[in-house]
Write a protein that binds this ligand. Structure first.
Ligand SMILES: NC(=O)c1ccc[n+]([C@@H]2O[C@H](COP(=O)([O-])OP(=O)(O)OC[C@H]3O[C@@H](n4cnc5c(N)ncnc54)[C@H](OP(=O)(O)O)[C@@H]3O)[C@@H](O)[C@H]2O)c1
Length: 218
């Protein structure tokens, strides 16, 4: 397989540059994560729990496009990608970017390697992919969640609150709940408490508060 690195793109980019550059078509950036009571998301490189229906929810969200022919750009930290079940790849309607500073060749099913989040956003918002990409989904891990949630294009966090305690070594970053506010009754986000394998959890949707955006000058 050939190697497609984002490094062919301009190297020095800042968030304010891309957010305000008229040539860059902004794309909605969405985070999707599940975290338990202590905000833990991982242990020893894997998910601390086994919740097949919760996982199906994630797959459904990231592979859904509203317009025929469009695709979503999936942004994955290298470790999170490597522990994803390869049997589920390729993902329908998805173009996969892995973030890495070390990879030199494309793993199977990966379309691009980017050296940072900004390169991935640039890739999605400029030719040739800008016509094709509908949304950008961040599937973690921690560093990319933290960086992308601060980006002005990030408008939603799909968050599964797992109502249980698990030993974890990886944690979802704190986010400002004055900026991202929970939306009740959002379409496609069941409000009822779910239960699998004796573990209760609830799907939540946090949306960037438009008033805050205006206040921050985005
Ligand atoms: N519960 C959930 O929703 C959820 C979601 C995602 C992950 N997880 C869990 O979280 C753990 C993995 O997350 P993690 O944070 O440890 O690792 P990760 O972010 O998935 O992978 C870390 C690696 O990705 C690359 N990377 C990450 N951010 C980068 C950036 N900004 N620029 C360039 N490269 C970047 C680096 O690769 P190189 O070393 O190649 O440079 C880094 O070593 C696992 O336990 C996984 O199961 C849980």
């Amino acid at each position: 397989m050939d190697t497609r690195h984002c490094e062919k793109l301009p190297k020095v980019l800042t968030f304010s540059f891309t957010a305000n550059n008229a040539q860059n078509e902004s794309k909605p950036v969405k985070l999707i994560a599940a975290a338990c009571n202590n905000m833990g998301i991982g242990l020893n490189g894997y998910l601390p729990w086994r919740l097949p229906n919760e996982f199906k929810y994630l797959l459904d969200k990231i592979t859904t496009v509203t317009q025929p022919g469009k695709k979503n750009l999936i942004v994955w930290g290298r470790s999170s990608f490597e522990t994803f079940d390869e049997k589920l790849l390729p993902l329908r309607n998805c173009i996969i970017v892995v973030l890495s500073r070390t990879l030199r060749s494309l793993p199977n099913h990966v379309h691009y390697i980017c050296k940072n989040e900004e390169e991935a956003l640039q890739l999605a918002s400029t030719p040739p992919l800008n016509e094709e990409i509908e949304s950008i989904w961040s599937l973690g891990g921690v560093e990319s969640y933290r960086t992308l949630m601060q980006h002005p294009w990030c408008n939603q966090i799909y968050f599964t609150k797992i109502m249980a305690d698990f030993k974890c070594d990886t944690f979802f970053p704190d986010f400002d709940r004055e900026v991202f506010k929970i939306v009740e009754g959002y379409p496609g986000v069941p409000a009822e408490i779910q239960e699998e394998n004796g573990i209760k959890y609830v799907f939540q949707l946090y949306q960037r508060d438009q008033t805050n955006e205006i206040n921050q000058g985005y």
